[in-house]
Design a protein around this ligand. Sequence first.
Ligand code: SAM
Length: 233
Amino acid sequence: MFDNWKIFENNLGFIPSNEIKEKLAKYYEILVQENSKYNLTRIISEDDVYEKHFLDSLLFTKEFQISNQKIIDIGTGPGFPGIVLKIFFPDTHITLIDSNNKKINFLNIVIDKLNLKKIEAKHDRAEELARKENENYDIAISRAVAYLDVILELVVRFLKIDGQAILLKGPRAEEEIKNSKQIEKKLKITLVNKQILPDTGFGERVNLFYQKNISTPELYPRDYAKIVKESGK
Ligand code: SAM
């Protein structure tokens, strides 16, 4: 049973309630069970999942207030950060999207067994769903899905005007920011904040906050092949 709650206290400033702890424990149990049938994550030891997935999904909330916003988590995989956010912030409305149906089946098991409300898992590609759900979300969040210029193009159309994209990045964020300046201009989105977190043993984390001020030009997002081909990566 995980008991190193100090790392949550040290990094977030509080220890989760018993209700949250129980939900996290159940989530971990389902993750281990289902991971033995098909690959969901390489990180599976209990301490690692709590630190590198659960805690890591929440670090950005030190800089950004989550209340009852409408949030989409793009390329959520086994639910990071979307399921963790739902557990900690039950008033949010969360949409999880992933192009891999196995992940969606897994997420539906978690949603059901944890009895989570105001959350849905959609099997779709971001660049396609973005056109159907044009400007529908306050926040578009994404972790470990693609190089920054690619992910910016995938997320931007989902955002309402004045919405924010929150992109959880690693130690190469600065280089990615530099290589994404052109597309940033074309997408009409602006980097407004950068949260550089110290390496606490699981690699440096840089969380990027982008603001959308005007509607996304009709051209974007383009076909995935085109986006990737023109990436500065
Ligand atoms: N966000 C999770 C995390 O931090 O652990 C999962 C990261 S995993 C490396 C990337 C996920 O993005 C995969 O589950 C993949 O299926 C999904 N993905 C990649 N491109 C996508 C796209 N264009 N639309 C939707 N999902 C996509």
